[in-house]
Design a protein. Structure first.
Length: 174
């Protein structure tokens, strides 16, 4: 299962890089969109592979849980990851100046809460997939999936507290 997760991650970034090369090097905007549209299909393929693995009688493992996390994160952060890669591609290869400004104070706090809301979305998607797997496989052989969900729940709460701290204790200077 770990192989398929790594393959999905590699395929995700290959699709993004291919889309950026098509857009900026070859000036093929429509082709670049096709590459970017492959990213959710890669996620779907991972869902199908995970389901087939469990249907074939595999014991639910932490790897199956990581697949659910990967899918949730990819769907919640996918657009922002593509935007990040787009900006980096322009800076590194097209030698354009970086446009990202350093956020401070309330602006930084709002940004961090928005990013935490994406984490919440990823968590909701991933949790739904984890619990579907738990009920599909049966409670007796899904302790690893439950542990993944429990650890992710704690990580989400910690991330929320850190994100909220940017509002409660805003940084005034760079």
């Amino acid at each position: 299962m770990i192989f398929w997760i790594i393959a999905a991650e590699v395929a995700f970034w290959i699709a993004i890089v291919a889309g950026l090369v098509a857009r900026y090097v070859f000036k093929l905007n429509k082709v670049s969109l096709l590459f970017f549209l492959l990213t959710p299909l890669i996620d779907l393929a991972l869902v199908v592979l995970t389901t087939f693995d469990l249907q074939s009688g595999a014991t639910a493992t932490t790897a199956h849980g990581i697949a659910a996390i990967y899918i949730g994160v990819s769907l919640a952060y996918g657009k922002s990851m593509i935007a990040w890669a787009d900006e980096k591609f322009q800076v590194w290869f097209l030698k354009k100046p970086a446009t990202k400004k350093i956020l401070l104070g309330k602006e930084k706090g709002i940004y961090e809460l928005k990013m935490w809301s994406r984490h919440v979305l990823a968590y909701l998607i991933g949790s739904a997939l984890l619990w579907l797997m738990i009920f599909y496989v049966g409670h007796e052989s899904t302790e690893a999936l439950f542990n993944v969900w429990r650890i992710w729940s704690i990580a989400l709460l910690i991330d929320g507290a850190i994100s909220l701290s940017y509002i409660l204790f805003p940084k005034k200077t760079a």
